[in-house]
Design a protein around this ligand. Sequence first.
Ligand code: FO1
Length: 309
Amino acid sequence: MSVLALSGGVGGAKLVRGLSHQLPAESLSIIANTGDDGIHSGLLVCPDIDTLIYTLSGQSHPEQGWGLAGESWQVFDRLGELGGETWFRLGDKDIATHLFRAEKIQQGLSLTQVTRALCLAHNIAPNILPMCDELFQTKVITQDGRTLDFHEYFVKEQCGPRVESIAFIGNPSLSSDVEAAIMQTGALIICPSNPFLSIDPILQVPGLQSLITERIEKRLVVSPIINGQAIKGPTAKLMQELALPVTNESVAKKYQSIATHMIIDNQDAVDKNLLESMGLKVLVTNTLMQTLADKKQLASDVLGFLGVK
Ligand code: FO1
């Protein structure tokens, strides 16, 4: 049976790596968030696509999770000397990815086609798909009245500003590749990414969520919250600012129109009955992925719970 994962950011990429070890490549498709995409130093940067590619090829920076291991920074050090903007830093080898993408887009390839070419160049077999081919950007509206690009919020201001709301700007359409992936999928996995900043943009693509709920019977979410905390990134802080309790119940409510199954961590076993009373099938296991073995084990638990393995 083929599986479709929705993923954004470092947390999602970790589970996708585990899934890639548990499934034949032709059975795994991933829809990647592109709401973080933006032009930096004149180049289109697609962080969540590149994080998936680098992670699946085993080349990602081990601590950061994003960018490449063994990176050097000569170009951006020089750019700084010239007075260029360097708050969003591109490593020397990472720049090659952005130049490759810019060249292919210049030749008229779609983002889906460019991503396929990048996967081939990295010898990656799973099917990584941008959520759409159009620019569809996540904006963060702060409580002090500013509208920030995603990376102004996430990197320049280090997720400091209190968030009022999140908006998505652009005119995306459902690509034939995403549609085909959904049509041939037996089970959906929503990875433990930030529901508001990484998964919501994907679900905002017109027709995507309704096609998923119509065509895919089993739809599982791995909670990004463990014991009232997020493993990485601003999820917990964002939930507090959006006046949501930082709980698995809030996550279940967030996904109540799409999820049929939910996986929560052993530390939150007490939540199982409540979540089942909300109509979800619930599995309690270890969801903290610190090693490759953890990622493989969680992926195995996910597939077993979905009856895929
Ligand atoms: N994150 C940072 O905190 N600082 C950076 O300078 C930075 C640069 C960067 C360049 C390419 C890339 O693919 C990711 C990069 N990231 C950086 C991480 C990025 O902001 C996050 O991985 C995602 O946008 C969050 O899902």
